[in-house]
Design a protein around this ligand. Sequence first.
Ligand SMILES: N[C@@H](CCC(=O)N[C@@H](CS)C(=O)NCC(=O)O)C(=O)O
Length: 374
Amino acid sequence: MRKLFAFTGMLIVASLVLAACGGAATPAPGQTVTVKETVVVTVVAPAAPVVVAPTGYGVTLETVKARGALICGVNSQVPGFGYVDANGNFSGFDVDYCRALAAAIFGDATKVEFRPVTAAERFTALQSGEIDILSRNTTWSTVRDTELGNNFVHTTFYDGQGMMVPKDSGVTTLQDLEGGTICVQTGTTTELNLADVMAALGVSYTPAVFDDADSTFAAYSEGRCDGVTTDKSGLVARRTVLADPSAHVILDVTMSKEPLGPLVRHGDDQWFDIAQWTVFALFAGEEFNITSANVDSVKASATAPEVKRLLGLEGDLGLKLGLTNDWAYYIFKLVGNYEEVYNRNLGPDTPTYIPRGYNSLYTDGGLLYAPPFR
Ligand SMILES: N[C@@H](CCC(=O)N[C@@H](CS)C(=O)NCC(=O)O)C(=O)O
């Protein structure tokens, strides 16, 4: 493993102070003046060295193939997104994305090892090479995309932050929480947004901060907080495992934008492309109505050129990704398209039902749109 040093802690503040030489006189139009320049430089000591996984084009796919399985960092505490049952089986929307990626790489959706990571440890796990990809209700933000050394692939779930309160509390707005205590998890955008939104509203509150979802929601259900806040998807999901889900309401307020999706570490563009086009294949499968049930018949009778390219019947899009040309066929065959993944985990027949909303195809008024497969 190669050691690189993160210079992200190094901050250089430079300010240029320009002053006309000789001061008083205003130069005449066309007159040449000499300018004195003062540069103030403040150098802050670099952050502690960070061990990062070896990167470079193609390194990750090579490592994953040599290992014979993908290691996907996931949630284990959020039903519908990333959850592990008593038998150690992982399920969820983000978990199925990992399976789709394994299907694309190996033609086998089971060649994936799930590694649960909490909010606070997830980015280090990716940087250190402990995981190959993070697929865990993670919000795309500037600092995470730059300073923390990640590349977010396309958003898979558009979300927003919400607030849940006990139904019998009478609380219907954030203002009603004045002077209250709010349970929130550390290492999240949630914690930061809560501060921003409450400050903007002029509402004072005490945050009660916890390390993972289990302890956050345990404190809330023990009545130690007046409200609990996280992504609305997380609230819907965690409400299903409260003692009496019907005793809790999610307020009709959206506190932020939370574009959630997978991310990889900086440095390996091929791996980024594979992760990215796996998302787009899921969208395109829904758009072209290719499902796990019909993919073989679609393959046998396809005439539309884009469908043929997507399924590897024409062209070599898979090879260009470093995969085989039937990479997307295996995604559909073994995992399904976006709609199937969504409905399996978050559809109307699940306890964690979330209406599609923004997470509909652009053809249905949503935000999901795959670039052309050509
Ligand atoms: N999307 C937000 C919040 C994600 C998040 O970590 N949510 C919590 C509350 S539902 C969670 O998943 N906790 C599970 C855990 O850390 O084990 C982010 O990326 O910071």
